[in-house]
Design a protein around this ligand. Structure first.
Ligand SMILES: Nc1ncnc2c1ncn2[C@@H]1O[C@H](COP(=O)(O)OP(=O)(O)OP(=O)(O)O)[C@@H](O)[C@H]1O
Ligand SMILES: [Mg+2]
Length: 113
């Protein structure tokens, strides 16, 4: 006879943004995101919204590695509610995040001869 407590580990990881051992039911979302990354000209974006605790942060974390595999840079996963107060604060946050991840990228060379 097998002790059920020994064979079944609770797959839930309590706590905000904690990656669960099994990411349940997100294959379609991941596939859709991957499809959007392949656009030559970006015409479609993706917004993830949902009730408190539905799994937005965890899903974003898994989309991050999908994006990186396709050579996209990833800026900022979570931001405080205060950031969305106005377009200006949102723009400032986005620009700050982009500046951070692009600051060591060199494009071309300057010929000073
Ligand atoms: N697809 C999933 N499969 C299993 N567990 C999950 C899944 N998505 C989220 N969880 C679990 O649910 C909990 C809440 O997830 P998460 O913090 O990502 O939610 P959230 O939508 O970002 O919450 P909040 O609205 O508070 O920011 C975490 O414990 C996480 O491990
Ligand atoms: Mg969250």
């Amino acid at each position: 006879m097998t002790n059920i407590n020994e064979t079944l580990e609770n797959p839930f990881r309590p706590g905000a943004g904690h990656t669960p051992p099994y990411l349940a039911g997100r294959n379609l979302e991941i596939q859709e995101f991957d499809r959007l990354l392949k656009q030559n000209t970006i015409l479609k974006n993706l917004i993830i919204s949902g009730l408190r605790g539905i799994g937005k942060t965890v899903l974003l974390e898994s989309l991050k590695s999908v994006a990186r595999k396709r050579n996209w840079l990833w800026a900022g996963t979570d931001c405080a509610e205060s950031v969305s107060v106005s377009e200006e604060t949102m723009a400032m946050r986005i620009l700050t995040d982009i500046a951070l991840i692009t600051s060591n990228i060199k494009i071309g060379t300057i010929n000073r001869n």
